[in-house]
Design a protein around this ligand. Structure first.
Ligand SMILES: CC(C)(COP(=O)(O)OP(=O)(O)OC[C@H]1O[C@@H](n2cnc3c(N)ncnc32)[C@H](O)[C@@H]1OP(=O)(O)O)[C@@H](O)C(=O)NCCC(=O)NCCS
Length: 138
């Protein structure tokens, strides 16, 4: 499976993958998210094509200490063919190549299928809460 770094020209197709995979949220603008990740110095959107169609993506970035994965999604018609696994392997390589020692991601409690997928890849829950607070206008 070939996984490549996507460019600005792939935005519409990547957002379509995210929509089909159920990854978009009304409070995030996926086009902005895509542009920020593709243009930023410490992030990328990786993608894989089958029959010329963008079948899946993974957004990856790092803060020097940890790598993070977002927007991992495979179009439903292409799922269970190893593409998710290949995208995660490529995200891991991307992080490792930048000398960042670990990689992590967040999964919603309401997404047991994704949890099963990550468990199959050797990912485990770490003993840690994720805390968040919305930052309104100052
Ligand atoms: C999660 C997702 C990216 C997996 O992609 P995929 O290409 O279907 O995954 P793979 O084919 O590489 O699966 C690898 C292994 O993970 C496990 N797995 C994958 N999907 C699974 C599921 N729905 N239920 C249980 N195990 C699953 C299996 O062990 C699978 O190996 P197998 O097919 O030989 O049994 C895909 O299901 C998806 O896009 N889901 C919707 C979006 C999403 O939830 N993303 C994660 C957000 S945190």
């Amino acid at each position: 499976v070939d996984v490549v770094a996507l460019g600005p020209e792939d935005a519409a197709e990547a957002v379509a993958v995210w929509e089909e995979a159920g990854l978009t949220r009304p409070w995030n603008d996926p086009h902005e998210d895509f542009a920020r990740a593709v243009l930023g110095p410490a992030s990328a959107v990786l993608g894989t094509r089958l029959d010329g169609t963008l079948a899946g993506t993974a957004m990856v970035g790092h803060d020097g200490h940890r790598g993070w994965v977002y927007y991992l999604g495979v179009r439903p018609a292409y799922q269970r063919r190893g593409l998710g696994r290949a995208l995660m392997a490529a995200a891991e390589s991307w992080v490792r190549e930048r000398d960042v020692p670990k990689i992590q991601l967040m999964v919603r409690h309401t997404n047991p299928a994704a949890l099963a997928f990550y468990a199959a890849l050797g990912y485990a829950d770490v003993d840690c809460y994720v805390l968040a607070r919305p930052l309104g206008a100052p």
